[in-house]
Design a protein around this ligand. Sequence first.
Ligand code: FMN
Length: 340
Amino acid sequence: MHADPVRTARKAEHLDAAASPDAVHRGASGLDEVRLRHRALPGRDLAQVDLAANLLGQRLGAPVIVSAMTGGSEASRGVNVELLEAATEHGAAMILGSSRALLDEPGLVGTYRPCAARPPLLLANLGASHLVQGLTADQALRVVELLDADGLALYLNPLQEAVQPEGHPELGGAIELIADLVERLAPLPVLVKEIGFGLDPDDVALLADAGVAAVDVAGAGGTNWALVEGLRDDDARALAAPFSTWGTPTAEALRDAVRVAGLRVPVIASGGVRDGVDVARCLALGASAAGIARPMLLAARAGTAQAALGTLVEQLRVATWCAGAAAARDLGPEHLRPTA
Ligand SMILES: Cc1cc2nc3c(=O)[nH]c(=O)nc-3n(C[C@H](O)[C@H](O)[C@H](O)COP(=O)(O)O)c2cc1C
């Protein structure tokens, strides 16, 4: 089998559309309203602040994830070089873009991993809708192996599938298939993520019961995938319009997920995370790490991904220090200002 030309073109279109200012969610992530304490006497030097974190069995230099974006098209190559080198340089994790195309054309592996850079935690990426369409656990394992990844991030994207002209809005029975996949891939970790509309607490509970290794709430406030699809097609644009404010803001989704499953499953926050202060806010709300996608796409396209991620990590260090914590992983509710 050969690469599907429609899918390859779609991947390139997605990069252009997602980079547009019109792709951004019209509502806020809620992270701006999360106020960290400011300690004028932080109790230590800035240089003593520790950013290291454990995630899915790997040691990260900082609890930051370059979230899933691209692979499978020529346009992906340059972006992925930038993202892989930045994540490796700063000890961040990285989720590769949707990797279904590799099963038809393993030669595309070079568009996902175009250079030797290897972040401390690297995850392959498939959709739950692929499982419903018949993708097997053996095929998922093959994708992880082809990419030499440490595990799999599985995305849930009902709204995008419903709006996308070529979409497959089929997620019936997905949770049973996810539970089966988790069992079949063990001990490799399976993380489950949304793509920017958030995970409802009932969904988080189902995923925790299914045994997933982590959940990424990927809430609303950043890239809006209904709007992205609308930028590619006029009919999709009409359908997508009222979904410009759809979904659970990231801060809310994160609070809910931590409440429902935080003791059983690591919770990751993404969706509208813009800088290292947002990362610190997510950690204080109970996240194990925070993910960032679109801002890293913009930086990668400008050839500045390493510098952008370096600035974000330094912002996290300063925020951790000024909030009075010795380590980013220590940030918690005690570092938040009480809400009035
Ligand atoms: C260009 C681009 C491509 C994306 N492709 C994928 C993908 O293949 N798989 C996936 O799980 N999420 C994908 N996402 C969603 C992101 O991983 C993330 O969940 C979402 O964009 C919210 O983060 P942000 O607000 O920082 O962009 C993509 C995002 C962008 C910007």
